[in-house]
Design a binder for this molecule. Structure first.
Ligand code: ATP
Ligand code: MG
Length: 139
């Protein structure tokens, strides 16, 4: 049923649960898996060399989260791709889903946000509202 799954991760427990669900689906459907992480834009007023240092730090952090996610996913029958993007997460996820032709987006209901009691994070909500394909929100 699904051939190209997009998994969005931010290093949160919710994203780990999403990774487990995406893996099970990828096992069952033999789908390819694209793991996406976005980091917030870094303000240009930082100036060089601070700007480059900030970009490097965020890239390293994103890399570490991707590495941890790859360990959760392990081996699947399809291909695994990873992608690090700059920009608000939901916009980045939607952009990737459209350009890569994903047929399912998997994400957690909550992420790293601190707001207690929130049932659905803002990024999940935005993706659910605007996605070009089905979205699986994992709790
Ligand atoms: P908020 O960000 O609105 O304060 P939150 O952090 O609890 O609340 P979301 O950010 O919507 O909630 O996170 C829900 C899910 O969205 C996460 O489990 C993850 O799957 C995905 N997600 C969130 N941030 C990112 C990101 N920067 N890159 C990729 N995926 C993300
Ligand atoms: Mg968040």
């Amino acid at each position: 049923m699904f051939e190209n799954i997009l998994l969005a991760v931010d290093g949160s427990d919710g994203a780990v649960k999403a990774a487990r669900a995406a893996t099970e689906l990828a096992q069952l459907t033999k789908a390819h898996l694209r793991i996406v992480i976005a980091f917030d834009p870094i303000p240009a007023y930082l100036g060089e060399p601070n700007l480059q240092a900030a970009v490097d730090a965020r890239m390293r952090e994103a890399d570490a989260i991707l590495e941890r996610t790859l360990k959760v996913v392990g081996e699947i029958p399809g291909e695994i791709h990873t992608e690090i993007l700059e920009g608000p997460a939901a916009d980045a996820i939607l952009r990737v889903a459209e350009t890569r032709g994903n047929d399912l987006i998997v994400m957690g209901s909550r992420g790293l946000g601190q707001l207690a009691g929130l049932l659905l994070g803002s990024q999940s909500q935005k993706v659910v509202t605007h996605a070009p394909c089905p979205v699986l929100i994992v709790r």
